[in-house]
Design a protein around this ligand. Sequence first.
Ligand SMILES: [Fe+2]
Length: 484
Amino acid sequence: MNIKSQRVFTTLVVVCSFSFLITTVQFAHARAPEVGVQPQPQFRPRFTHQFRIDPDDQEDYMTGETPEGDQKYIKPQQNGDGYESDGSEFSDFEASEERWENSVTPEDGCFEILPYWTWVGTVKPVLNWGYRSDAGANPLCAVANGATAEFTIAGEKKVVTAHKDRDIWRADSPLDGCETRDLGAELIEYQITGMPAPARVVMPPCAKSKEVQFTFLADTQKAPWIAEVFSNILAKLPSQFVLHGGDHVQTGGNRGMWRQFFRAMRPMLGNQAIVSAIGNHDYRDSGKQARNYSEFFDVEPDKAFYVVEAGPVRLFVLNSNFYLKRIDIEEQVKWLESALAVPAQWKIVAFHHPPFSNGIGHLPLPFLSKEHLKIRTYLLPLFEQMGVDLVLNGHTHLFERARNNGIEFMTTGAAGGRMGPFGRRNSKVFFSAQKRTAFWLSADDRHLEVQVLGQSGEVVDTWVKAKSIFSRDVSLPFSIAPGR
Ligand SMILES: [Fe+2]
């Protein structure tokens, strides 16, 4: 062995010895028990594009894995091309869920579902309620001979015999919004069997109304305690009805979730009617038939598209669940062509899936949702041709604003679902944030205004359109952190 070879050999021996020493120290350190510290289960997030896919739904979201091996939703943060999470939102969510489940509601009394008003494709609003299965044993509930509802309108009493649809009782309001106002009243007092005291409902507007105010929220699905916060905020605002953009509950087939939904929305739905667009989660039961939705809203889910006349606003509610092959977009296009042809000062369209979004999995690669493409291809040209002013959506769990060919698109952040992660930027979306919001809308013959409210009732954004003179936007996106 020459001198050069000896030096190389010596160097190798030194390097190997040093590496062995370092490895041994690290191994020993890693195995050293920590005195006085109990081992804590660690949340092990999966990194980088881990999706759970419903093959029909095409809804994807990121999951993490608990130490027990359960899949849990995580709030991911973008990290390079991938996403990661420490699972913190998962922990907070689970704790709140437990508190809600254990909450006691003595006001429920005789009711499985407390009285609520619907205005889903009908001229008159409808009063609905569901008795508890054991209510018959309570004489105060008196369900044996069927139920009646007593309405007082402008001092005059009318008793209506209710009819039962599956487990829900229904009584049509004796008058619609126009007829009620013709009597000089906007409110109807109502009381049904088992209710401890009469309550009051604001009648929805009618075509003759000069102005209208209503509220909008969506995706209450996973956290009724958040929906309840918004419900309390919106109930204090002047409005004649509430519009829900779909995904009322996380699992449409789970009746307990519906009970929670109606309990959370009680501050509103006892006093004003709900107009509902159906979401993909509302279809989540066996065969995706949306049976509970159908029972609670008295509508055939697949045909849940209709128009309500609300003073200067014609509001078109669509069923955008086109991932279900039986939801025929051409049927709705055909219906819309004639419905939109009726002149109106303001034309607003509401449906669940936004055509433009930065939300991951909802538009960009790797999964291109069919419903968005269909909406763009079939519906947007019609909206533009027929002078639609505003489109309201939910689904992505982001507060987003987009603009395209003179139409404003506003997507409310989830009022109960987990906040959506960001995907690839969409060129039509000019503002996008992980922000829970609900909207308050106001319209007269000159102005259409949307105020975007946060969880404390604060106004975080405003959009105004003045049609007869000019169109303008007043956006205050700086009041919330930009999403991207
Ligand atoms: Fe959805």
